[in-house]
Design a protein around this ligand. Structure first.
Ligand code: NOJ
Ligand code: CA
Length: 589
């Protein structure tokens, strides 16, 4: 689809009446579903998910009711970090198929009135990208300044082995600098050694990135999820981090002096020419700082992923931190207060970097609690304020994988951490495995469980999936869920339908009715429509297995029941509710 046919959303004069003062735009009204292509569906029996596999399941997604797909990286890559290390931005990863497969998938998505956003990973490339091959070849190569090269520091202990230029640690263990013998300098890599950081201060880098963005937009994709985008502007002079800053280096790395200037240039020169949505991964950014990126008057990005909620239960590394319901509520309340009508929020509690939704914030210890808590969490995601992002498999209540050995992991984050922690004797192996089981990223990357057939129908029975299928696929799989009207799948479908049927779930004001209650989360969404009665919805969630008799605060009465996660629930028109284990309800009143 040529760029010129699409009208930039911001230029469409639309009434603010009936939207509580928000500018109505399609991406605010969207329900997004994230696909991790490696793990979704293998169509050719090589054990790796692929684009044709996605095309096969578009009817499943359409029936679920989502209308935007976010595709994790599908580009040519040596897969040091499963596609987040890109070798060629204009080529489809061979294992995933061909450009013709991509075009067919995109056309099939559009034919179903859905949209596609793709992952934009441009803080870094693969070290196998041709820019880097050129860059490392010599100091006077025209691509040298595409990356960040520095001399090492003298090493008093051994003058023949220089020390890294500064004390930056990498996200994937070890220093963020790699010595390259060819030119005797170090290059910066905030992630893996095979993910050198691009130098955005070089205008040619920005031009080349903008050009590859146009390539995909001109094909008709509807926007981008932008990987670690705040990290693109580096600190001038790259000084050492202080001991205090080393506790959370992202805070410094995400707030470089030119971040907003570069994003505004990107918006001016690329994004504003198309009708697109953009969602930045707001690593290192606090809620109040994020308005700089998402405030529509500043013309940067549509929205960002803020990690406050998804990381609420996380301490340092993969350690658990106790969390309370009032703390979770305070996050959403804060978002509603800090972000105003010119900002837009996202709602998500899982993705390919976090554990499974139900294992992380619900209860997967019994079948009943797993089902009920998965439904409760989907209710919450689809009724809070912001565009909801669902992750593949959560709609059928998939769980974490029962990891017991290092060999079962594939993720570079886990493998590098094992070397840095266990092999150096800093952490006992058993503790390492337990923590990686709890929070490791492979939990959410195991293959999608489509059926009770061997390999869960993800690949052919004879194939070896690239990552083991969770053994619970015989009881947790899409085929059973689709056949059972009381399943998590059907419940999620109903919750999505409600979200999409009522603009109050999109533009409605949010009010937490009982912020200090440590068991029940009760809130309202209210849309004012001039000349008509306001549209009011009440959501009540019992966060735990303990039943409770819950009396709504003064003036609020549960009216008509629209959705309940416990089959058979009928309680309505009352101010006192009898909530069972993990009960979730949506009322209009
Ligand atoms: C964030 C991505 O979500 C994650 O999977 C990846 O490892 C890093 N960025 C580096 O690209
Ligand atoms: Ca395949």
């Amino acid at each position: 689809m040529p760029a010129t046919t699409a009208k930039p959303a911001e230029q469409v004069a639309a009434p603010l009446v009936g939207n509580n003062g928000y500018q109505p735009v399609w991406w605010k009204e969207a329900v997004v579903y994230q696909i991790y292509p490696r793990s979704f569906q293998d169509s050719n029996g090589d054990g790796v998910g692929d684009l044709n596999g996605i095309t096969e399941h578009l009817d499943y997604l359409q029936k679920l009711g989502i209308n935007v797909i976010w595709l994790s990286p599908h580009y040519d890559s040596p897969n040091a970090d499963n596609g987040y290390d890109i070798r060629d931005y204009r080529k489809v990863m061979q294992e995933f198929g061909t450009m013709a497969d991509f075009d067919r998938m995109l056309a099939a998505i559009k034919a179903r009135h859905m949209r596609l956003i793709v992952d934009l990973v441009v803080n870094h490339t693969s070290d196998e990208h041709h820019w880097f091959a050129e860059s490392r070849a010599s100091k006077d190569n025209s691509y040298r300044d595409y990356y960040i090269w520095r001399d090492g520091r003298p090493n008093p202990a051994d003058p023949s082995v220089p020390l890294p230029p500064n004390n930056y640690p990498s996200y994937f263990s070890g220093p963020a600098w790699q010595f390259d013998p060819v030119t005797q300098q170090f290059y910066l890599h905030l992630f893996a050694v095979k993910q050198p950081d691009l130098n955005w201060d070089n205008p040619k880098v920005r031009e080349d990135v903008f050009s590859l963005m146009r390539f995909w937009l001109d094909k008709g994709v509807d926007g981008f999820r932008m990987d670690v985008i705040p990290l693109i502007s580096k600190q001038p002079g790259l000084p050492d981090l202080t001991a205090e800053q080393l506790k959370d280096p992202s805070r410094i790395w995400a707030n470089g002096p030119h971040r907003d200037e570069y994003l505004q240039q990107m918006n001016r020169e690329v994004l504003s020419k198309y009708d697109v949505m953009t969602v930045g991964e707001a690593i290192g950014i606090t809620l109040s700082e994020e308005t700089k990126i998402i405030n529509s008057d500043r013309k940067e990005l549509s929205m960002v992923f803020n990690f406050d909620a998804v990381r609420l239960n996380r301490g340092e590394g993969y350690t658990e931190r106790a969390w309370t319901l009032p703390a979770l509520k305070a996050i959403y309340d804060n978002h509603a207060r800090v972000l105003d009508k010119t900002d837009w929020d996202t709602v998500f509690l899982s993705n390919h970097d976090n554990p499974r939704l139900v294992s992380n914030f619900g209860d997967d210890s019994t079948q009943q609690f797993r089902i009920r808590s998965a439904k409760l969490l989907e209710t919450m995601l689809l009724t809070l304020r912001g565009t909801p992002f669902l992750y593949q498999g959560d709609e059928i209540g998939m769980t974490n994988y029962p990891f017991t050995h290092l060999d079962q992991f594939n993720d570079i984050e886990v493998k590098n951490a094992y070397q840095a922690k266990v092999l150096t004797g800093k952490m006992p192996e058993a503790q390492f495995i337990a923590e990686s089981h709890r929070f490791g990223r492979d939990n959410s990357r195991t293959p999608m469980q489509w059926s009770a057939a061997p390999n869960a129908g993800f690949t052919t029975p004879a194939a070896k999936p690239w990552l083991a299928v969770n053994p619970n696929y015989t009881s947790i799989n899409a085929a059973e869920e689709v056949a059972n009207p009381d399943s998590v799948y059907h419940y999620t479908q109903r919750a999505i339908a409600l979200h999409r049927a009522h603009l109050a779930f999109v533009y409605g004001d949010y009010q937490d009715l009982d912020p200090t209650n440590s068991q029940v989360f009760a809130y309202t969404r209210t849309l004012t429509v001039p000349g008509k009665p306001a549209q009011r919805f009440l959501v009540v969630l019992n966060f735990g297995e303990k039943p409770v008799e819950y009396t709504l605060p003064e003036g609020v009465k549960a009216g008509k029941l629209l959705l309940a996660d416990a089959p058979g629930t009928a309680e309505a028109s009352t101010s006192t509710l009898h909530l069972g284990a993990w009960d979730a309800r949506i009322y209009t009143y």
